[in-house]
Each structure stands twice: as structure tokens, then as C-alpha cells.
Design a protein around this ligand. Sequence first.
Ligand code: UDP
Length: 367
Amino acid sequence: MKILICFGTRPEAIKMAPVIYKLQERKIDHTICVTAQHREMLDQVLEFFGIIPDYNLGLMSPNQSLNKLSGEILTSFDKVLTEVKPDILMVHGDTTTSVMAAWAAFHRQIEIAHVEAGLRTFNSYSPFPEEINRQVTARLTNYHFAPTLQARDNLLRENIPEHKIYITGNTIVDAVQLGISRLANIDESELIFETGIDPGSLKRFILLTGHRRESIGKGFEQLCEAVLQIVDTEEVDIVYPVHLNPNVKDHVYKKLGNTKNIHLIDPVSYPVMLYLLKNCEFIISDSGGIQEEAPCFGKKVLVTRELSERMEAIDAGTSILVGTNTLKIVENATELINKPSHSIFQNPFGDGKASDRIVSFIIEKFG
Ligand code: UDP
């Protein structure tokens, strides 16, 4: 049996790392191809987990359009498919890479397994383009690894046959555990040093991230305004690793740069992110992955999106949907600052055994 794994971005690399470790552990023949649609941020993760791709298509280009990227993935990845001739292609999540790699495999009549299948908002433009990437990938997929019951139910609503869906848990929980174990012998102060922040100047802090396309413009305006109001009235710092997308970066530095108690830093390596998640008060973020990681550390997330495809976190109370409304962000943040609740949540996204379930399924199915 030959498995080809294809991914292109930082979150996919983080969530596929434990699956790759399991494949290695169980000695399953696998080939890794990265499209590198986000180059630097992906490389940081590969380095931390010690993953060396067999193919790196290097497809990132400045301000690339989704259509240009899609076309390039289809043609470049086709060459990999014809060379590797896999029995099965494994893709993850919701990116242009996942859906285009799946299309290319479908055209060659190669079976497809989809990790983190079934997340939905049922709104085509939120998140954009991820919602439709997910729906289309589902149509092309033969084996759907749904992280939760809700994800399975979403797939059933789209008439995906039940016998093709396997509930596994989300591999992010495995990734956090793996990441923490790789950091066992590392001094935490080395991690904060990497951010360039003087640890002596850091008070209680809120971790902030934001990068979604649908928030660029008015959404970011309102978020930045909320952050300014929070540091103005509360005894708290903000640590914000700013996404490299120039549409995000330029705006954020213009609005929040040189403000006391706001630390704008470059995207951080995964170990530093684990440190920030562990040590922050709570998180303000539009990131999907961070909503899944935060409960591993008993931290709450104010989610700056209008809709969420991770309602499990909202239902479990680990995330609060605040959108990009300034007042709502400030009110909820003020409440969390003044009534901190560091609890050990049961993580609604899994138990850290998702990768094992996925690889066991593959072995059972393909021998
Ligand atoms: N992340 C990281 N460094 C950063 C920002 C995020 O390692 O500076 C990690 C984060 O912990 C999570 C993943 O990247 O695992 C999420 O990436 P992102 O927010 O870009 O994408 P999403 O999860 O929304 O698809």
C-alpha cells in the first residue's frame, strides 16, 4: 500500500504531523508532498516536527490569486501523482491545496481520504474560500475522517453515506501533545526570547491572532479599535503574532504599532505558540486551529467571526462568538480579564488518539 499525503499551509502541517508520526511508527509506506502555498510559516512547522517532504512544489508567489494557485496546484501535483502512483491520497481540511489535490487525484481515479472532514457553516462566503473547499473536497472523497459527531452529521446532511464516515477526533489534540513532548527539555525562557519581547515588560497578557480574508477591511478596523480600548482601560498586555499577508500586516502595524502594552511580533514558531497558549489569560482570535488548541490549555477564545464551523467549542463554552463588533469584543474581554476562569475543560475536539484511529483504519482497509 502506498499513501501520498499532500498539504500546503501551517495549520495543515501541524495537524498532519501526528498522522505522519503514526505512519512512520507503524512502518507504512508514505510520500509527503507540500505545495507550500504559505512558505515560511509552513517551513517553521516542518522544522519543529522534523518532517522532510519528498516533494516541495514551492507554489507561493506574492499576492497570488486563488485561481492562479488552483491551476498551478492541478498541473504541478498531477506530475507527483503520475510519478508516485499512490493507492490513496490523503488531504487535510479546507485549503486550496486540499481541494485541488483531491481534484487531481479524482481525475486519475485515485481514492481520497480526507482528514478533518465535515466542518461546515453552510455559508459559501464565511469562511471564504474554506467553506466551499470543504464541501467540494467532501464530494470527491472516499473516506471521511470526521473529528466530531457534529462533523459527521454535517456530512450526512449532504448525503455522504454513513459507512464512508469515521469519527476520529481532531488530530490537533494529538499535535499539541506531540509538541509538548518535544519541548520537554527546553527552557521556557528561551521560547519567549524568540519573540523579541522583554519578559520583564510582559504583564498578564491576552494572545491575539487574526488573518481571515472576510475580516480584512472593516472587520480589522473594528478589531484594532477594540484592542486599543482594552489596553487603554485594563492592566493587561496584548501579544499579537501578525500574519504575513500584507493586507493584514500593513493595516495592523499602522493601527496598533508603537502602542504601549501591545506587542506586535512576527508569526511565531509552533513551540512559541504553545508557550503563549499556556501562559496567556485568554485568546482573541479568528483562527480555527487556535479554537481547538485553547481547550487543551483550559483557555477561552473570543472568536472574531460572525459564524463558526466549530460550534462544538461554542456549545462547550470554550469559545465565545463575538464577531468583529468593537463593543462586543471589549465587553467580553473586560469580563474575562476581571473574572478569570482557568479551568480544565474537557476538550470537545478529541482525546489525542485521532491519528492512531486514522492510521489503524488505513491499515485495516488497505492491509
Ligand atoms: N500558529 C502558529 N504561529 C502563529 C500563529 C498560529 O504556530 O504565529 C498555529 C496555531 O497554533 C494553529 C495554527 O497555526 O495551530 C493556526 O493557523 P491559522 O490561524 O493560520 O489557520 P486556521 O487554523 O484558521 O486555518
